[in-house]
Design a protein around this ligand. Structure first.
Ligand code: HSE
Length: 440
């Protein structure tokens, strides 16, 4: 049989792009032997000559993306530019020309995913986006195909490597948030402007993609309650540890009554025996509970040059073999063909809570606080006043039994209005593992 040749047009040659170049060139023979397809890198397009990579002389470089996309020798367009404006224009151009697109761009999917998927369908082509969530971990393939026989009940993920690195350093070295962030930036995990990561938006965009596939509905970033790690105090990490927990930024999607989903990204106290507690540094992990398989965990590198390139090249292969085209057009799971999600209002969440008060050390304060909690139906599981706070205050750490988010927020407002509470109360949700094989 004649060997099939597939021409690749790579848009963007930054960190991940360089990894894709490296795999396509250095593993070309292995890929050919494994797939029967010869993947030829025919265009590598960057914005200007100043963006040329060090090995530009060996590559088919250019700065005219439109011409490269339109060229008859381009079979698959790989978008690794990032951002939404320029990337969106080129992705749209490729799809309108009937060329399949591989992208890692979760922000583009979050803002224009529905529209672009519709264009792809209209042009009888497809989009592949494995690298948009979980980096190199093949979680999108796992949810879309591997778990296709399952009703998924819950998905809990550590999906932002930067945040996990920062929290790990704060936990293991006792560093402040600022110290840990600085180190993350020095090592190249965190961007110079780390807002998307540390404020939880990157994790929310990934959760929107994963939850949409897992629960067959269209999830957007604004459906998700988001709270980042940028306001965490090292003190809470130490107190949590004393209670047997570690703090992780979790992205959570859980099926609730009436097929509504609880969707949230927030710092969470995870018990030290929980598998997610051991996910350290820049690693990601996604824990999925489904009715037939039960609990399964996907663990690996969620960012970085070669791990992300691994997912991008897997998509290139899947597109070239026609697998992605079949999946894209036949499975009714993508955001443009599923109904919008029905979200459980956040105040209806039932959770356990870690609460830290900064209280004046004087008679009657704890009685005032527990009276307010009791009035809102919040049952205290443990209470511990620590010695030696700053500004004449003492930290009081409370954990609760399962309570309603709305009631907790009302109670904290009242508590913070007390003259004996000198700084805003800190509240972190305690996340217990969902029940495996929940009732049908
Ligand atoms: N900045 C992300 C992270 C990787 O730290 O996980 C890209 O989504």
């Amino acid at each position: 049989m004649a060997e099939k040749k597939v021409g690749i047009c790579l848009l963007g040659c930054g960190t991940v792009g360089a990894g894709v170049v490296s795999i396509l060139r250095e593993q070309r023979a292995m890929l050919r032997q494994r797939t029967g397809i010869d993947f030829e890198l025919r265009h590598v397009v960057v914005k200007g000559p100043e963006d040329y990579p060090a090995n530009a002389a060996e590559l088919p470089m250019s700065t005219d993306a439109g011409a490269a996309i339109d060229n008859a020798d381009t079979d698959i367009v790989v978008e690794l530019i990032g951002g939404t404006a320029v990337a969106g224009t080129f992705v749209e151009r490729a799809l309108r020309a009937g060329k399949p697109v591989v992208t890692a761009n979760k922000a583009l999917l979050a803002t224009r995913g529905v529209e672009l998927f519709k264009i792809a369908r209209g042009s009888k082509t497809c989009v592949a986006f494995e690298a948009s969530a979980g980096g190199g971990i093949p979680i999108i393939d796992a949810i879309s195909r591997g778990l296709a026989a399952n009703r998924i009940d819950a998905l809990l993920g550590i999906v932002n490597g930067t945040c996990n690195f920062i929290l790990t350093k704060m936990t293991q070295n006792g560093w402040s948030y600022a110290e840990a962030l600085k180190q993350a930036q020095r090592l190249g995990f965190a961007e110079a402007n780390p807002a998307m990561d540390v404020q939880g938006r990157d994790a929310a965009q990934k959760l929107a993609i994963l939850a949409g596939l897992a629960f067959n509905c269209r999830v957007t970033e604004k459906d998700i309650f988001v709270s980042g790690i940028d306001t965490l105090d090292a003190m809470d990490i130490q107190f949590a540890r004393d209670l047997g927990y570690v703090i992780k930024l979790l992205a959570i999607a859980e099926r609730k009554e009436g097929s509504r989903l609880s969707l949230r990204v927030h710092p969470s106290l995870v018990h030290k025996d929980d598998v997610l507690a051991d996910v350290s540094g820049s690693f990601n992990a996604i824990s999925v509970y489904s009715h037939a398989l039960g609990h399964a965990l996907w663990y690996g590198r969620g960012a970085g040059r070669m791990p992300t390139a691994s997912a991008v090249v897997a998509d290139i292969i899947s597109v070239a073999q026609g697998i992605q085209g079949l999946l894209f057009n036949q499975m009714q799971i993508l955001m443009d063909v599923v109904p919008p999600v029905s979200v459980q209002p956040f105040e209806q969440l039932e959770s356990r809570y870690y609460i830290r008060l900064s209280a004046k050390d004087q008679p009657g304060v704890l009685a005032q606080v527990t009276a307010i909690l009791g009035r809102h139906g919040i049952s205290v599981a443990s209470i511990n006043q620590r010695e030696g706070g700053e500004d004449r205050t003492v930290p009081v750490v409370i954990t609760t039994h399962k309570s309603r988010e709305g009631a907790v927020q009302l109670a904290l407002k009242e508590i913070d209005a007390l003259g004996t509470i000198l700084r805003p109360t800190v509240c972190v949700r305690i996340v217990d593992q969902p029940e495996e094989f929940a009732a049908a």
